[in-house]
Design a protein around this ligand. Structure first.
Ligand code: APR
Ligand code: ZN
Ligand code: ZN
Length: 368
């Protein structure tokens, strides 16, 4: 038996259950003993109803651990390997995977929607009843079963907490800048929302060669952190219209590339509004299902020729991008230790949600 933090109902504190039974991995699945798990905004989004959930469900999707057992047919990892969890288990053979868009994998999407693994069923029970697994993973658990395509091996000398963050916030944020967007040398970038993901957009943009990087948030602590991650200017959105402020800083033109990293209709409109003619608006934050955006079709789109692009999982090819990010981390270019504001125990996960809502932390990371 092992321990996990379980969502039992919308907006109810997660419950620590110590009676979790985890099955042996089925074919093409691996059992992972978690080393660490980040607490990401999407976990909170599932708890508060922004994203659809099927309780009882083990939350957590930003994790890393050690392979403890492998199912039949598993060839890419072996027992003892250190692995990052990829919450988009990219099948490699569907329409999207064949077109190098594995982050849109249709089998992964079906698993995500089901609350189970690739066959739609979970591998954990508590009190004899099945527990669903968020994002085909469920990393708020000492032990989890995930698809083989949902793990990526990483070097043993990298801290589990750092590796865990790579699995979601870092892949998503840096990927938005390095994969989804097309940043040219010297480009002016604007980033609305400088939390765990936004800070990674900022450092991804810096690595991609951006010139000015304007960080936008309502929280001064986050704006301060943004500077450490590469922002060259900041705008406090609580002190006046951020679009007007960015326009003023860019000779009235707007940013070459603007990113939304919160998931609100209002900030999505601001992001598009502060993008220059011919520029790119990249939408990273996950909005509530019913959020609609209204745009002036002629002036805002046709005449201004803006590209508006969604961004899912940083358009990442996890098998290539995880090793690339580890290398950038080791060379000192990618700041990952600095993202860890707090290291906590699984039992403190509810406090981590509070800290996220008050904006005190970039990331709280559970260490098992
Ligand atoms: N204007 C400016 N900044 C805002 C606003 C606003 N109206 N509302 C919130 N913020 C800032 C917060 O102060 C915080 O710094 O947005 C940031 C959000 O950061 P986190 O809560 O740490 O969220 P994060 O984990 O970075 O995720 C951001 O990306 O992957 C998605 O699901 C995730 O939608 C979420 C988004
Ligand atoms: Zn996440
Ligand atoms: Zn696929």
């Amino acid at each position: 038996m092992s321990k996990a933090a379980v969502m039992v109902g919308q907006n109810q504190p997660l419950v620590i259950r110590e009676d979790i039974e985890v099955e042996a991995p089925h074919a093409n699945e691996v059992k992972v003993r978690m080393g660490a798990s980040g607490v990401c905004h999407s976990d909170l989004s599932m708890l508060n109803g922004t994203m659809f959930a099927m309780p009882p469900i083990v939350l957590g999707h930003e994790g890393a651990g050690v392979v403890e057992e492998i199912g039949e047919g598993v060839t890419t990892v072996k027992v003892g390997d250190h692995v990052v969890i990829s919450w988009v288990p990219q099948c490699g053979t569907c329409f999207f995977c064949e077109r190098d868009q594995g982050y849109l994998c249709e089998n992964a999407m079906a698993a995500l929607a089901s609350g189970g693994l690739l066959d739609g069923t979970p591998r954990m029970t508590s009190d004899g009843k099945p527990l669903m697994q968020m994002a085909a993973s469920g990393t708020f658990s000492e032990v989890s079963i995930v698809p083989e395509s949902g793990v990526v091996k990483f070097d043993d000398d990298v801290d589990m907490r750092v590796a865990a963050l790579i699995g979601c916030g870092v892949l998503t944020g840096t990927g938005a800048a390095m994969n989804t967007a097309n940043i040219r040398k010297g480009d002016t970038i604007a980033v609305i929302g400088c939390g765990g993901v936004g800070l990674n957009v900022i450092q991804g943009a810096r690595i991609a060669g951006a010139g000015e990087i304007i960080a936008i948030d309502m929280n001064e602590t986050k704006l301060q952190m943004a500077k450490e991650f590469g922002a060259t200017a900041s705008v406090n959105a609580a002190q006046g219209d951020p679009v007007a402020q960015v326009m003023e800083m860019t000779a009235g033109r707007g940013a070459d590339v603007a990113f939304e990293v919160i998931g609100l209709g209002s900030t999505i409109e601001q992001t598009i509004g502060m993008t220059r003619r011919g520029g790119q608006s990249i939408l990273v934050g996950v909005p509530k299902m019913d959020v609609m955006v209204t745009l002036p079709a002629f002036l805002g789109l046709v005449l201004s020729e803006k590209t508006i692009k969604g961004c899912w999982y940083g358009s990442s090819n996890v098998q290539k991008d995880v090793p690339k990010l580890v290398k950038l981390y080791k060379s000192g270019e990618l700041k990952l230790d600095e993202l860890i504001s707090r290291t906590i125990a699984l039992e403190e996960v509810n406090e981590a949600f509070d800290a996220m809502e008050t904006g005190e932390v970039a990331r709280s990371v559970i260490k098992y």
